[in-house]
Design a protein around this ligand. Structure first.
Ligand SMILES: Cc1cc2nc3c(=O)[nH]c(=O)nc-3n(C[C@H](O)[C@H](O)[C@H](O)COP(=O)(O)O)c2cc1C
Length: 332
């Protein structure tokens, strides 16, 4: 396949794996890159810049294809040492960085000087335009259905993607709700140059997480995610479980006076317990509505090949058939 994104990143298919805390380790990033997509190591999952340097080296041993690093700017008081993380990225020879959380503006000069392409994840057109203005190369447009932080505007991708196509001049990828060949075709049709997947990549053989997590995703339906932390303006879409039910009850009780301290036991330190130990009820963890489309645990290679084959079939048969009459039997 050839799109603006395959050409920019030097990859075979326009399929990116978004950064995921305690999931985006070298095993998954290298598997995605080896399958022809762009794998991404999650920077802050590595507790220090030195550990990130090691993780980059480990990934380099597992693939000779391009891969990137996610740098999430967290709303915390004691910020991680971002300049040192960026040094590890630059010295590790990384050529693509996915940024998220806040604007990467202050770090753009050093990233650009190192020849790094920046994908910035945005949940609104306003932020996407700002990202374009400060020199980001690609925008990852995260719709309301996405796993993780969908922002505060609640605009789903059926609207957000064509709006991005109307406003942006740089290429963008569709993020949130992407799972299969249908998603890829829809994303391309709405103006995107590729897709970014989070939740779907967790339910793969190579994702370095406990099997309980993968099984929980296969068992869940599109009705099983919840929105939390809205009152804190740190909205997150998570998989429902007993901790999330508890959290929801606290949120209803506290209303707009909710403080992060009220829900710390449901949200702090959850990821290692869930992803490494398989304690899927330990707290709230990100998951997209797309979980309703996940029914198996293939290898990353099988998944990527399936997406591309399905997309090609939809375009060449179903869509072309709508116009030349040959697709009539396949029209839903
Ligand atoms: C378990 C999980 C952890 C995530 N952690 C991060 C993160 O640390 N940084 C980040 O920028 N995005 C994070 N995301 C968001 C993903 O990169 C991606 O934007 C999102 O999953 C896309 O929506 P989808 O799940 O519908 O594919 C996470 C998503 C999930 C499901």
């Amino acid at each position: 396949m050839k799109t603006a994104v395959t050409e920019l990143f030097g990859i075979k298919y326009p399929i990116v794996q978004g950064g995921m805390h305690h999931v985006g380790l070298a095993e998954l990033a290298s598997a995605v890159s080896n399958a022809g997509g762009l794998g991404i190591i999650t920077g802050l999952t590595q507790r220090t810049p030195e550990l990130l340097a090691k993780e980059i080296a480990r990934c380099r041993d597992m693939t000779d294809k391009p891969f990137g690093v996610n740098l999430t700017f967290l709303p915390t008081f004691s910020a991680p040492p971002y300049p040192e993380y960026i040094s590890a990225i630059v010295e590790g020879g990384i050529k693509v960085v996915e940024t998220a959380g806040r604007s990467p503006e202050q770090y753009m000069p050093v990233l650009k000087a190192a020849g790094i392409k920046v994908i910035h994840k945005c949940t609104s057109i306003k932020h996407a335009l700002k990202a374009e203005r400060i020199g980001c190369d690609v925008i990852s447009v995260d719709g309301f259905e996405c796993g993780g932080h969908p922002g505060e505007d609640d605009v789903p991708n059926m609207i957000l993607l064509p709006r991005a196509a109307e406003e942006l001049t740089v290429p963008f990828i569709a993020s949130g709700g992407m799972a299969d060949g249908r998603s890829l075709v829809a994303a391309l049709a709405l103006g995107a140059s590729g897709i970014n997947m989070g939740t779907r990549f967790i339910a793969t053989q190579e994702a370095p997480v406990h099997v309980n997590v993968k099984k929980a995703l296969v068992a869940a339906t599109e009705l099983d995610t919840r929105i939390i932390m809205r009152a804190l303006r740190n909205t997150e879409r998570v998989l429902n479980n007993s901790a999330v039910e508890r959290l929801g009850a606290i949120e209803r009780e506290k209303g707009s006076s909710l403080k992060i301290e009220d829900i710390l036991s449901e949200v702090a330190g959850v990821y290692p317990k869930v992803m490494r130990d398989g304690a899927v009820e330990a707290g709230a963890w990100s998951c997209g509505m797309v979980v309703g489309l996940i029914n198996d645990i293939p290898t990353v290679g099988e998944l990527v090949d399936r997406i591309v084959r399905e997309a090609e079939q939809i375009i060449r048969q179903r869509l072309v058939g709508c116009f030349d009459g040959t697709g009539l039997g396949k029209v839903a």
